[in-house]
Design a protein around this ligand. Structure first.
Ligand code: DOR
Ligand code: ZN
Ligand code: ZN
Length: 434
């Protein structure tokens, strides 16, 4: 049993939270209490069990006014496991997540082998179960060699609920050009996660409206792309209950711009990804779209490559799970975004999109995947802070205001104040929701 005392929620209310058996058992508003006044007392199974110094059955943590949020759910990561584990693996990637406040990540299929068969998916799940210290789920992949039968199998069995489709060239060889094959993939693939740049967004929207059952547009990077998405979202023939459209924006398209690439040849190699960075006015447009309610999620597109790889040849992708929340909290501190919106885009909406009924909200009865953040903590990211196996970040040297200080997964503290509390190699099954 764990009691988190003297915390706040994103609305600023003072709360105490009781956690037991991996579930949030109770949340009490403690706003009425004066300092030194009556402590809040939780009741469970008819017994008063907490709030007083006499409480002994579990750990009580005084959060001294820090903010509790549901753990972040990142629907877009490339953990490189199996096959590319010199870049990242489920152990290092999940530690990076825990440090950054992510309690649940969804992994993309462009691994080696790619996750395009039922067997490859089971193998990946087994690997993740052994070493991930946070929850994880897996997007199945659509292959240009026609794996529609495999897609049908895993979607039918519930082994996956989503399929990633590449409509542009990127890391891995998963681009599909064949329009007949695309139709069948959109029919079979459940919720389609699409890598679509520029005019390919319209293609994805149309395929979804005609054949699909839901479209999640990854990493919208420019004003032009966002305008196309907004237009589609506002059209009830294209975006409706049977064919919903979800919009994702990455932190790097909000907080990095292409002009940074010209600072040095090194930056020009490091700051490359698909879609590429755009201008400040594009980034401003994306932020405005968030404020206007057109964006559903912040997904990191965590796509680590080693420094040697990045500096020796063109590699698309940058790491992101350790910095996404800090970037959003910093933006909240600067008044660019409301912290309630941060919680909505990083926790509530991702849970709802993936059908995670008991996740994404800080409510009694929900799973105890919780983070504590210090919204005023000023810090600078240095290379030695980095948990990801790639050991670099495009944000090294950046000043942040706001930091994750504790990550609780399934009621267990996995990370607290710079320390990992479980080793991830102990055989604990953190599972995969499927
Ligand atoms: O920059 C990217 N990197 N974009 C993608 O679409 C894939 C990703 C990767 O896996 O490296
Ligand atoms: Zn992509
Ligand atoms: Zn990606």
């Amino acid at each position: 049993m764990l009691i988190l005392k003297n915390a706040r929620n994103v609305s600023g209310e003072k709360i105490d939270v009781l956690i037991d058996k991996g579930i949030i058992q109770d949340i009490r508003l403690s706003g009425g209490c004066k300092a030194g006044g009556v402590p809040s007392v939780f009741k469970t199974e008819g017994k008063a069990i907490g709030g007083t110094s006499g409480f002994a059955a579990g750990r009580e943590i005084d959060l001294e006014g820090k903010i509790l949020m549901p753990g972040i759910i990142d629907l877009h990561t490339h953990m490189r496991d199996p096959g590319l584990t010199h870049k990242e693996d489920f152990y290092t990637g999940s530690r990076a997540c825990a440090k950054g406040g992510i309690s649940f990540f969804f992994d993309m299929p462009n691994t080696v082998p790619p996750t395009v068969s039922e067997a490859a998916l089971s193998e990946k799940i087994q690997r993740a179960r052994k070493s991930s210290i946070v929850h994880c789920g897996f997007h199945f992949g659509a292959s240009n060699e026609d794996n529609v039968e495999e897609i049908e199998k895993v979607i039918k069995s519930g082994a996956a609920v989503s399929t990633k489709v590449f409509l542009n060239e990127s890391t891995g060889l998963m681009l599909i050009r064949d329009s007949e094959l695309l139709k069948r993939v959109f029919k079979a693939g459940g919720l389609i996660f699409v890598h679509s740049e520029n005019e390919m967004i319209d293609t994805a929207v149309e395929l979804n409206a005609r054949y699909g059952r839901g479209l999640y547009i990854c990493h919208i990077s420019s004003r032009r792309e966002m305008e196309a998405v907004i237009k589609a979202k506002q059209n009830p023939e294209l975006n409706n209950k049977d064919h919903p459209i979800y919009a994702e924006v990455t932190p790097h398209h909000l907080f990095l711009t292409e002009s940074l690439r010209s600072e040095s040849p090194r930056q020009d190699m490091l700051l490359r990804m698909k879609p590429e960075l755009k201008t400040q006015s594009d980034a401003d447009f994306l932020m405005q779209a968030i404020k206007d309610g057109f964006v559903d999620t912040i997904g990191t597109d965590h796509a680590p490559h080693t420094l040697e790889e990045k500096l020796s040849k063109l590699c698309f992708g940058i790491p992101g799970v350790e910095t996404s929340l800090a970037l959003m909290l910093t933006a909240a501190h600067q008044g660019l975004i409301d912290i309630n919106t941060v919680q909505k885009l990083m926790c509530e909406n991702p849970a709802a999109i993936m059908g995670l009924a008991k996740k994404g909200k800080l409510l009694a009865g929900f799973d105890a995947d919780i983070i504590a953040v210090d919204p005023d903590k000023e810090w600078t990211l240095t290379a030695c802070d980095i948990e990801s196996k790639c050991k670099w970040s495009p944000y090294e040297g950046r000043r942040f205001t706001g930091k994750n200080i504790m990550t609780i997964v399934g009621g267990k503290i996995v990370y607290e104040n710079g320390r990992f509390k479980i080793d991830g190699q102990d055989g604990t099954d953190y599972g995969n929701r499927f």
